[in-house]
Design a protein around this ligand. Sequence first.
Ligand code: ACM
Ligand code: ZN
Length: 367
Amino acid sequence: QPAFKWRGMHLDVSRHFFPLPFVKKYIDILALHKMNSFHWHLTDDQGWRIEIKKYPLLTAVGSKRHETMVDKHFEPYIGDGTPVEGYYTQEEIKEVVQYAQARHIQVVPEIEMPGHAMAALAAYPNYSCFRSPLDVMTKWGVSEDVFCTKDSTLQFVKDILDEVCTLFPSQYIHIGGDEVPKTRWKQCASCQQRIRDLHLKDEHELQSYFISQIDQYLHKKGRQAIGWDEILEGGLAPHAAIMSWRGEEGGIAAARQKHPVVMSPGSHCYFDHYQGNRQSEPLAIGGFTPLEKVYSYFPVPEVLKPEEAKYILGAQGNLWTEYIGSPDHAEYMMLPRVCALAEVLWCGKQKPGYIEFKSRIRKHFQF
Ligand code: ACM
Ligand code: ZN
């Protein structure tokens, strides 16, 4: 039986869109490894990929960008001039959820808020702080434009989550929460009024207010919010689970507050990092996370007491796709690291050891 309850992989389909047959193949690879959670990163600054009936511009506008930055040509910016678009219809989403269910895999959708929302704001600029026209981003990074904390934006997000909850039966709904610059909120009359009305200390508490509203809304619907570890800043929402990516500190803090945790530290679980010698690898975002490092991972930090450790549900590998533009490349980055993570999560302390694992991994060359 598995050592951990949450044995997951994430796939970013915003930065690059991946067609439905590949999403199913991805799920097949997870099932082959007895993984049981597929975190589908459906929205981000560079593309909105899920059909929402109430807000058709999310896909009509937000699923398209006019080009993509070439390699790392941020400054001066160089674009490739090639338009990109793609999204999944609600029928396709249902098909994927069923396909995964038949393989004992939960699909956890992620709708990013209040940051990483440029595709949504390009479609509906009214939900930003300054309502100015915005574009779906064509380069990578963090945008200063984020959702405004005014009531109309909260309602917009709740409406979206209504449709998301209808499509996805999972207990957890991922609401992002990472990398939210506070620049616009500091200048926005509505956001500043909100801070005064609620006697909040600062913009970090304003982020907690936003996340807590959504946390409560999902709770009332019988679901549970999960977010990146930044949602701890300014106070953790009452029902939220944490996905710890900036190391394990966020996960440790959340476990001590008796909140469920999924570990996904950049050091061991980011499969968009290099896995070999940079000279012989395709261009990647950075980092170095070779197979042996993934295999060495154990998701329960030693500093936790046993009664705290039980809040660690497991771990997850993340596949961000800024520099991963095709199914073949995605498989190259995922494999064989997912094999190592699967063994970490299934075997726990009974893990056979890297040398023995390496002899078994050769089998995968046949596929
Ligand atoms: C993240 O990698 N920004 C969660
Ligand atoms: Zn605002």
